[in-house]
Design a protein around this ligand. Structure first.
Ligand SMILES: NC(=O)c1ccc[n+]([C@@H]2O[C@H](COP(=O)([O-])OP(=O)(O)OC[C@H]3O[C@@H](n4cnc5c(N)ncnc54)[C@H](O)[C@@H]3O)[C@@H](O)[C@H]2O)c1
Length: 343
């Protein structure tokens, strides 16, 4: 076994660290005294998100020779794996891309973590693994994901269990949900509902809601998620555990839109679109995480949205991105098909 960084600062790899949650996890890991290497292909992230002090490597988790070199060079103690294309609804229509990026990319990192004796693999799964299930969703429920994104997350969870059993790789899995806050990409047309609404208001357009807006989600402020993900590696009690993480209180999309109209100080109305094939109510129980971590009081939706809006105003309107390689077009929401057709 290789000598690990026992006396020196822990060395951590944060994949997806130029993205939203990853950049906050990287910042928290730096604050814990880690040396942090960020690997990100910038497919959904931005260099401006990188916290000062990280070593940035532009590249993909599917570049196995790059991974091999990074793991050999840095001998990572901890791997925080956040790189993914987290577009749950779109994942039905980009199945090959979803599994290649989100599942095979994760397996590539698990292989390296085993080969190079990483001390912990921290994985951001999602409450998408539960599918349409009883609410609030608890970790003891049997997952039943309903879309390729959730299926890939659950497959990685199972692979981590198998890798632990076979090779002793220790892991901690988080299942966040609807995380929002500064540094979140508000230019992606297919995900991040708060960002989509904010960008539509920048463009002086009505916001678009799929269905009647009564679907519920518990929107989680980034500071109630990222610090715990970073910190888990210091706690032996979190080894091989799975935690739901995020806000307790669900809101309807209509309630969310009112908060955003208030924070933006502008309202150009709502354009209701046909309902999308999605889980209607998704919120989870966080007793397990609360017991494990000394969690501070969660940021309220109103306060969190104000912070996100303040940051978004510094960035300003973004040109909405369109996914280039849709694999299946049938049954796609019309508004998304129209984006592809415009290209
Ligand atoms: N935002 C949420 O509400 C939420 C909820 C549950 C789980 N998650 C998970 O948390 C993680 C981070 O999500 P986020 O919201 O910050 O998304 P994000 O898009 O802001 O961050 C993901 C980052 O990964 C990078 N990336 C994507 N594919 C890559 C690849 N093949 N190689 C290297 N880098 C790659 C992107 O460039 C981006 O910077 C993801 O794994 C996501 O599935 C997010």
């Amino acid at each position: 076994m290789k000598a690990k960084n026992s006396l020196a600062a822990p060395v951590s790899l944060v994949t997806g660290g130029a993205g939203f949650i990853g950049s906050h996890v990287a910042e928290n890991a730096l604050n814990l005294g880690h040396k942090v290497v960020v690997l990100d292909d910038l497919s959904g992230g931005f260099e401006r998100n990188l916290p000062k002090g990280v070593i940035f490597v532009k590249g993909s988790v599917n570049d196995v020779s790059l991974l091999d070199k990074l793991f050999s060079d840095y001998k990572f103690d901890y791997v925080y794996h956040l790189a993914a294309y987290a577009a749950e609804g779109l994942s039905h229509f980009i199945r090959n891309f979803n599994y290649t990026n989100n599942l095979i990319g994760s397996v590539n990192l698990i292989n390296q973590s085993v080969k190079h004796n990483a001390k912990r693999f921290v994985f951001t799964s999602s409450i998408a693994v539960y599918g349409e299930n009883v609410t609030p969703m608890v970790e003891t429920l049997t997952p039943s994901p309903e879309d390729p994104y959730g299926i890939s997350k659950y497959a990685v969870e199972l692979d981590l269990k198998a890798a632990h059993k076979m090779f002793g790789l220790e892991y901690t899995i988080f299942r966040p949900h609807n995380v929002y806050g500064p540094k979140q990409n508000h230019g992606d047309s297919y995900r991040n509902v708060l960002g989509i609404f904010i960008n539509q208001i920048f463009k002086k357009q009505p916001i678009t809601i799929f269905g009647d807006g009564t679907q519920t989600r518990a929107f989680s402020y980034i500071d109630d998620v990222a610090p715990y993900i970073a910190r888990c590696v210091q706690m032996s009690s979190t080894v091989n555990e799975i935690y739901n993480i995020g806000a307790d209180k669900p809101y309807t999309i209509l309630e969310l839109s009112n908060e955003i109209f208030n924070a933006m100080g502008k309202n150009y109305g709502i354009n209701f679109l046909p309902e999308r094939n999605e889980v209607k109510h998704a919120f989870s129980d966080h007793s397990k995480a609360r017991k494990a971590f000394k969690m501070r009081k969660a940021v309220s939706l109103c306060e969190g949205i104000n912070k996100m809006v303040e940051w978004s105003k510094e960035i300003g309107e973004m040109q909405p991105t369109v996914f280039n390689n849709i694999e299946i077009e049938s049954n796609m929401p019309k508004s998304w098909a129209a984006l592809t057709a415009k290209k």
